[in-house]
Ligand binder design. Structure first.
Ligand code: GLU
Length: 381
C-alpha cells in the first residue's frame, strides 16, 4: 500500500469557498453550570482560524443566548414563558457574542454579530440587505456570528431552531457547505439510541420519503433540535445548491476531526449555489415593472457587470426595493431580469445619473447599482 503524505491528501473542505457552521447550545454551554464551555469554544475558534487561513469564508450560527441569559437573570427552573425566553436571549446574547469575539480575537479574527428574524431571509427586500451586509463582512475578513433575533420573535414566527436558520443563512449568502455540529454523528436508518440494528448513512443524495421516515416522528429527537428539523435544513440547503453535513461536535476541535475523517453524513446538492440563486431570483413571481437600458449597459450586463443607474433610459411600473423587474434593451426586447435596489419612484429619479450623484438626487446614499450583478439573471445564461 502506498502511503499518502498528509499534504497531498484532499482536504474535506477543499471544494468549499463559503462555509456556514451551526453550533448548538448543548455544545457551547455547560448544561449544569450554564456557563460557556470555553475550552470547546477556544478550540473551534482555532479550527475556524485555520479555515480562514486557507482562504475560506466562515459564518457561524450560534445558539446559547437563552441558556446563558437565564442564568444571568436568575430565572427559576422549569419551562420558560415566551417573555422570559426573550428576556433571557436579550441578556445572554451579549455574553455569547462577547465569548465568540474573545476566542476568535486570539486569532486576530473580527467577530460581527447578526441577529435575524425569519422574515429577513424570506422577504426579498430584506434578504438583499442582509446578504449584502454579510458578504461585505466576509469581504472585510470578519466572521459573522448569527443567531435568531429571539427578543422580538414570537412562538409563531420563530425558526424553531437554529438548524433551519443556518440553512436559510447558507442559502441566502450562496454558501457551498453547511455543517451542523450536533450530538450525533449523522443520519441513521432508525434512532440508534433505541434500535440496535440502525445503520449510519455516509451520503444522502436525495431527501426521499424513506429518508424522512428515518428521522422518526417530529417530536422524537435523537439529536438536540431533532432529526426532523435537520432534514428540513438539508432540504433548504441542498435546494439552494449547498451541501450539508451532520457530524458530532461534542469533542474538542470538531472541524479538525472532520478533516481527519470523523464519521458524518453528507447531504449532496445537485446544482451549484450560483445556478440555484438564479432560479430563486427568477422565482415564480411576475415582474412588477421594467426598465429600458442603453447599448453600453447591455454590453456591461453581458460582460457580467451590474446595472448602474447611468445606463437606464426609462422606468415603468410600480415596484418596491427587492421586487423582480424586467430589463429591456432600446428595441424593447427582454434581455434579463433582476431584483431592483430601488423603488420605481426612486429609480425614475436617478435614471441616467452617475452612482456618485445618487445622494444629491435622492438625499440619501443608496446602493451604487440599480440591479447588483448578484441579483441579476441575463436571458440565455
Ligand atoms: N436562538 C436560541 C438561543 O440562542 C437557540 C435556538 C436553537 O438552539 O435552535 O438560545
Amino acid at each position: 500500500m502506498v502511503a499518502i503524505a498528509p499534504s497531498a491528501r484532499k482536504s474535506f473542505f477543499d471544494h468549499a469557498k463559503t462555509i456556514v457552521i451551526k453550533v448548538g447550545s448543548s455544545l457551547l454551554v455547560d448544561d449544569n453550570k450554564k456557563v460557556i464551555n470555553t475550552a470547546w469554544l477556544d478550540e473551534i475558534a482555532e479550527d475556524i482560524a485555520k479555515l480562514r487561513a486557507t482562504g475560506k469564508n466562515v459564518v457561524v450560527v450560534s445558539s446559547g443566548a437563552i441558556a446563558l441569559g437565564r442564568k444571568l437573570l436568575n430565572i427559576r427552573n422549569g419551562k420558560l414563558k415566551l417573555q422570559e425566553k426573550q428576556a433571557s436571549a436579550a441578556a445572554g446574547q451579549v455574553l455569547l457574542a462577547h465569548a465568540w469575539m474573545k476566542s476568535l480575537g486570539t486569532h486576530q479574527l473580527q467577530t460581527a454579530q447578526i441577529l435575524l428574524s425569519p422574515d429577513d431571509t424570506e422577504t426579498r427586500r430584506k434578504h438583499i440587505n442582509a446578504r449584502a451586509t454579510m458578504l461585505a463582512l466576509l469581504g472585510l475578513g470578519a466572521v459573522p456570528v448569527v443567531n435568531e433575533n429571539d427578543t422580538v420573535a414570537t412562538t409563531e414566527i420563530r425558526f424553531g431552531d437554529n438548524d433551519r436558520l443556518a440553512a436559510r443563512v447558507a442559502a441566502m449568502i450562496g454558501a457551498d457547505m453547511l455543517i451542523l455540529l450536533s450530538d450525533v454523528d449523522g443520519l441513521y436508518t432508525a434512532n440508534p439510541n433505541v434500535c440496535g440494528t440502525a445503520t449510519h448513512l455516509a451520503v444522502v443524495p436525495q431527501i426521499t420519503a424513506d429518508i424522512i421516515a428515518m428521522a422518526g416522528p417530529a417530536n422524537a429527537d435523537y439529536a438536540s433540535g431533532g432529526m426532523v428539523t435537520k432534514l428540513e435544513a438539508a432540504r433548504i440547503a441542498t435546494s439552494a445548491g449547498c451541501q450539508m453535513i451532520i457530524c458530532n461536535g461534542q469533542n474538542l476541535a470538531p472541524l479538525s476531526k472532520l478533516q481527519a475523517g470523523a464519521k458524518n453524513t453528507v447531504f449532496t446538492a445537485t446544482k451549484s449555489p450560483h445556478t440555484a440563486r438564479k432560479q430563486w431570483i427568477s422565482g415564480s413571481l411576475a415582474p412588477k415593472g421594467e426598465i429600458l437600458i442603453d447599448d453600453g449597459a447591455v454590453i456591461a450586463l453581458q460582460d457580467g457587470r451590474s446595472l448602474l443607474p447611468a445606463g437606464v433610459i426609462a422606468v415603468t411600473g410600480q415596484f418596491g426595493r427587492g421586487d423582480l423587474i424586467e430589463v429591456k434593451n432600446k428595441a424593447g426586447a427582454v434581455i434579463g431580469h433582476g431584483l431592483s435596489s430601488y423603488s420605481s419612484n426612486d429609480a425614475m429619479l436617478i435614471c441616467g445619473y452617475k452612482s456618485n450623484e445618487i445622494e444629491t438626487v435622492l438625499g440619501y446614499r443608496g446602493r451604487d447599482e440599480m440591479i447588483h450583478v448578484d441579483n441579476l439573471v441575463i436571458s440565455g445564461t
